[in-house]
Design a protein around this ligand. Structure first.
Ligand SMILES: Cc1cc2nc3c(=O)[nH]c(=O)nc-3n(C[C@H](O)[C@H](O)[C@H](O)COP(=O)(O)O)c2cc1C
Length: 357
């Protein structure tokens, strides 16, 4: 497992290994979306990751998709996150925060009747959501006008400043998994005309404006970006996902980002294709790959130059000491899906560490 344990440089930040913790929404914040002490413990347990990418975090009030996911728009949330970053740093770790706007994945019943917004008036239909009143279908979102988009960009800029104040080492922009930025990127969901619709350079405009705004706050070399061109989760699709990935790979070279974090396939398994190879051929920066990697496959992928690091999702839910286990060739704990989104310590901070004899 040599390659997984080689240091990796992200701008001025050195990762001691190439095993990253993928962003994982776990719904352990409080009802005001304030990060809790339990979250500080959870992330501190995972401080041996090369990089922790903390979960999708709301940049705006009234745009909740999961009820007790965290935010980074209030002073209390900044204080809560500061406890998390201090706990991770005290154990020698590094932590980025994933900045997120849910767009059409938010539901009025979770948000005091506030309507969700999106690129076009198209609802998510391949899933249901959970609200205080039980399971519900997603609703048709309100279309954001072009002149509302500078305010969305500004929300990301403010959230980036708040993340800096909270002591993070960097931020990741959530451009994946069918949330607002992705809703603009992919033409199955973006049917707009005008400067933010139509050809890919228009559909990518919101993303590029957000990257520029947060780069002013952080310096672009502390900004990562997550993309999932092939994913059909949240009713997403594109008429040319590989073309989209190629275009983004070439365009992002000019952005001098910390990394691009590419979900290599479709988590629902409905869309097939290789997006990693064309992206790697065109993108010159650090590339983190994700989705269904075993440690052995991750090692082989890095050794073959397919990516520079691998992010592990579900393996990190159940294995706080994942790098130590990989290095030792030890068995992994099995994650329990029934506690993935269930508030409380069960299935969150109580997965056992490897015992050494
Ligand atoms: C419980 C759970 C929560 C997740 N939350 C997020 C999230 O907040 N942001 C995100 O980009 N992806 C999220 N994902 C996707 C994971 O980051 C990752 O892409 C997925 O688990 C696939 O990686 P794996 O095969 O290593 O598990 C989540 C996945 C799970 C299972």
């Amino acid at each position: 497992m040599d390659h997984l344990f080689r240091p990796l440089q992200l701008g001025s930040l050195t990762l001691p290994n190439r095993i990253c913790m993928a962003p994982l929404t776990r719904c352990r914040a409080d009802r005001d979306h304030v990060p809790t002490q339990l979250m500080a413990e959870h992330y501190a347990q995972r401080a041996s990751a090369g990089l922790i990418i903390a979960e999708a975090t709301m940049v705006q009030a009234g745009q909740s998709a999961f009820q007790t996911e965290p935010g980074i728009y209030s002073a209390a949330q900044i204080d809560g996150w500061r406890r998390v970053t201090e706990a991770v740093h005290a154990r020698g770790g590094r932590i980025f925060l994933q900045l997120w706007h849910g767009g059409r994945a938010c539901h009025p019943l979770i948000n005091g009747d506030i309507e969700p917004v999106s690129a076009s008036a198209i609802a998510i239909t391949n899933d249901i959501t959970h609200t205080p009143e039980g399971k519900a279908n997603y609703v048709v979102p309100r279309v954001l006008h072009d002149d509302e988009l500078p305010a969305i960009v500004a929300l990301f800029g403010q959230a980036a400043a708040n993340a800096l104040a909270a002591g993070f080492d960097g931020i990741e922009i959530h451009g994946a998994n069918g949330y607002l930025i992705d809703q603009f990127l992919r033409d199955g969901c973006n049917r707009r005309t005008g400067p933010y619709g139509g050809p890919v350079e228009n559909r990518a405009r919101l993303l590029l404006e957000v990257l520029a705004a947060v780069g002013v706050v952080w310096g672009s070399e502390r900004v990562g970006l997550r993309l999932s061109p092939l994913s059909s989760f949240n009713s997403m699709g594109d008429s040319d996902p590989i073309g989209l990935a190629r275009w983004l790979a070439e365009r992002l070279n000019a952005c001098n980002l910390a990394y691009v974090h590419l979900i290599r396939g479709d988590v629902l398994g409905e869309v097939q294709g290789d997006v990693l190879t064309p992206f790697r051929q065109r993108y010159q920066g650090v590339l983190i790959a994700n989705l269904h990697y075993t440690a052995a496959e991750a090692e082989a992928a890095i050794a073959a130059g397919q990516c520079d690091a691998v992010a592990f999702g579900t393996a990190y839910i159940a294995n706080p000491d994942l790098p130590e286990r990989i290095r030792a060739g030890a068995p992994l704990n099995t994650p329990n899906p029934s506690t993935f989104y269930k508030p409380g310590p069960a299935g969150y901070t109580d997965y056992p560490f490897m015992t050494t004899t």
